[in-house]
Design a protein around this ligand. Structure first.
Ligand code: CP3
Length: 339
């Protein structure tokens, strides 16, 4: 059990004297120490596979920001390689994936292909017993969108056409990825992850109907299977939240990580679910006083004394200032929950 178990206590709804905080993409290029480490490998995936460097990167936010959880350093696209897809990260261009578009060209997932990820978890656990370690994976839809688009996208047009025109293949692929993510996360739990987060970063581009019919059933299955086998909490992060919150509430995800379209105060009165989020990342570009004000405004609006984890509504960006990110974390940690 980590010495600081605020995150786990908050998820169980046990009393906490302050709200816990960690940040999506907390180890990244906005941090000089990360950029220095990153220089030691030219290629991003080689960096992810270098256990020693990935462990060091994972620990940076704990040492430099004092966050209440460590997320292991890796990327959501890492298990796709194990399905037989070529994954590359081009300088300043983001990911590029090469796959034929045929479901039959994907292999069954072998979790051993990601053995280095489990090694990173074991080593991060060994290196510190201060805070819980978060394992993670991309959600089936978000992973499939990378496969279909071949990389990042601004409108997800190929993914949508594939979903509407080739529903049978789309569903087969969603099943294969649900299986993959379940197996991959379970192996991370076996390696010692104290909780896991599933990133459904690009759901916000879908209509509610498409989300409910084509995405939600697989999220539900993933959560159910994960719960049956593993006894650690699962956080589901998704976008387009206000519209999708209703359907997502039907799943048994332990924590819902939402963006700034959701009125947290209202939802936390209306439901008994645990929430994570949801400060707008752009607040971090504002002057210090604004950062403090917007952060405290959110914290004061939380209508409960537990069942809440502070985070952003999406990840930190490379052009954010480290000093401002630290100010944000200090502001959350300094906030005393009202009696
Ligand atoms: O949160 C953390 O600190 C842990 C590490 C982490 C990374 N990626 C490191 C990374 C995590 C949890 C991710 C998840 C991830 N990766 C997501 C979901 C979260 C989100 O932001 O929605 C997504 C969509 C990806 C896919 C991805 N990885 C893209 C589109 C890119 C290229 C764009 C970019 O930001 O450069 C990456 C690369 C990547 N993953 C970097 C880092 C630190 C930057 C590459 C580098 O350092 O050279």
């Amino acid at each position: 059990m980590p010495r600081n178990d605020l995150v786990l206590r908050a998820i169980r709804g046990e009393p906490v004297d302050r709200f816990p905080v960690w940040l999506m993409r907390q180890a990244g290029r906005y941090m000089k120490e990360y950029r220095d480490l990153r220089e030691r490998e030219s290629d991003f995936l080689s960096f992810c596979r270098n256990v020693d460097l990935a462990v060091k990167a994972s620990l940076l936010p704990l040492r430099l920001l004092g966050v209440d959880a460590v997320i292991i350093f890796s990327d959501i696209l890492v298990p796709l390689e194990a399905l037989g897809v070529r994954v590359e990260f081009l300088q300043n261009e983001g990911p590029r994936l090469s796959w034929s578009g045929k479901p039959s060209d994907l292999r069954t997932y072998d979790p051993q292909a990601n053995a280095y990820v489990y090694e990173i978890i074991r080593k991060v656990k060994k290196a510190q017993d201060e805070v819980p370690v978060i394992g993670f994976a991309g959600a089936p839809f978000t992973l499939l969108s990378y496969l279909i688009e071949g990389g990042s996208s601004s409108d997800f047009r190929k993914t949508k056409l594939f979903m509407w025109e080739r529903e049978y293949d789309f569903r087969r692929l969603m099943e294969l990825l649900t299986d993959t993510v379940y197996t991959y996360l379970s192996a991370q739990v076996d390696a010692g992850a104290d909780l896991v987060q599933v990133f459904d970063s690009w759901t916000g581009y879908l209509s509610r109907t498409d989300y409910e019919e084509m995405v939600l059933p697989y999220v539900t299955e993933l959560v159910e299977r994960f719960r049956q086998r593993n006894d650690v909490p699962l956080i589901y992060f998704f976008r387009g939240s206000a519209a999708f919150l209703e359907p997502v509430l039907q799943t048994r995800a332990d924590v819902l990580s939402v963006d700034w379209s959701v009125d947290l105060a209202v939802e936390m009165v209306r439901t008994d679910r645990v929430f994570q989020g949801n400060l707008e990342p752009s607040v971090l570009y504002a002057e210090d006083e604004v950062i403090r004000f917007k952060t405290l405004q959110l914290l004061r609006s939380i209508p409960r004394r537990s069942g809440y984890i502070f985070n952003l509504g999406h990840g930190l960006a490379p052009d954010m200032e480290f000093r401002k990110v630290r100010l944000l974390v200090e502001t959350v940690k300094g906030y005393k929950i009202a009696e």
